[in-house]
Write a protein that binds this ligand. Structure first.
Ligand SMILES: NC(=O)c1ccc[n+]([C@@H]2O[C@H](COP(=O)([O-])OP(=O)(O)OC[C@H]3O[C@@H](n4cnc5c(N)ncnc54)[C@H](OP(=O)(O)O)[C@@H]3O)[C@@H](O)[C@H]2O)c1
Length: 280
């Protein structure tokens, strides 16, 4: 039985490196990005490394819930099971942006799209074997709570605050998902890849951009190495059905107590459900 992998942000960086590994392992791989040219170029590149491989690019702006829903419906119309969902779509927002659906863009892309995909694709998760959900983020970032009355971050917006809040939301989602997925064949892997030499810093504000790029050049890990680790998360038997695993690369880590605030995790979950209005 062919295994299916859906990789958001699969056209670049860690997502593309993960796609390369999984396509070489015989997965049927779908990569998603918002830029058509980049998507086509990524498919060409991946086909060169695996001429017999099954790889497709689907274009979508995942900062929009309507697009997440469209992609999810497309997936469910073609495939019955999802074996690996790798969440990498990300873009730093130096200036506060509100999407056409009314959400702060980092919150929408980095957190809400991931939450929505998991909800919309639920009927393909944990069926015909285990699903691995692999969430590339920055677990354990120190962020002081979530202001539910200001989700659009009118107050105190900065690119770093939006990034930290998004990471915090991913932590809470992972904790809450693993509780709710009790008795399901699914493992949620929340992972911090460390500093990786990708284009992620390109949209960072200066002088952070130059500092980060230099740091990446000197100390960053190659995306290829993280791609191999990603394949380990997707396939290794030692991780089977373990509900929640949190990693820094290959090392298991633990979240601090504030990340395990179950009331906050539940509140965010319910608010997110309200926002995305699950309809599948
Ligand atoms: N690199 C690091 O040092 C590092 C460190 C910590 C955590 N991480 C996490 O690892 C993940 C992957 O990072 P990366 O370094 O691989 O990033 P990257 O190289 O910048 O790739 C980002 C991917 O997201 C896609 N994307 C951006 N906006 C999108 C949108 N609106 N809709 C759909 N796709 C969109 C991009 O494709 P398009 O441009 O075509 O849209 C691209 O494929 C991120 O979640 C990041 O937070 C990375």
């Amino acid at each position: 039985m062919a295994r299916n992998a859906l990789i958001t942000g699969g056209t670049d960086g860690i997502g593309k490196a993960s796609a390369k590994e999984l396509v070489n392992l015989g997965y049927n791989v779908i990569i998603i990005g918002s830029n058509e040219e980049k998507g086509k170029a990524a498919v060409d590149e991946l086909r060169q490394s695996a001429p017999e491989g099954h790889i497709q690019f689907w274009k979508a702006d995942l900062s929009l819930i309507s697009e997440v829903l469209r992609i999810s419906k497309l997936f469910l119309s073609r495939f019955r099971h999802l074996d690996a969902l790798i969440l990498c779509a990300f873009q730093m927002q130096p200036k506060r942006k509100i999407t056409s659906e009314g959400f702060e863009k980092t919150f929408a892309l980095y957190y809400l799209s991931r939450f929505a995909l998991i909800q919309y694709l639920d009927s393909a998760i944990g069926v015909k074997g285990e699903t691995r959900i692999i969430d590339f983020a920055t677990p354990g970032q120190n962020y002081g709570g979530i202001d539910f009355s200001d989700l659009t971050m009118e107050k105190n917006y900065s690119a770093m605050n939006a990034l930290k809040r998004g990471s915090f939301c991913n932590d809470l989602m992972a904790v809450e998902y693993s509780k709710r997925a009790n008795n399901r064949q699914v493992t949620f892997i929340l992972t911090w890849p460390g500093t990786v030499r990708t284009g992620i810093a390109d949209s960072y504000p200066q002088p952070l951009k130059s500092i980060l790029k230099l740091y990446m050049r000197l100390f960053g890990t190659s995306p290829e190495k993280i791609g191999k680790i990603s394949a380990y998360y997707a396939t290794d038997k030692s991780l089977a059905n373990s509900r929640l695993k949190i990693f820094h690369k290959m090392n298991e880590i633990k979240l601090g107590a504030s990340r395990l605030d179950s009331n906050l995790a539940q509140k965010l979950w319910e608010k997110s459900l309200q926002i995305i209005q699950v309809s599948l």
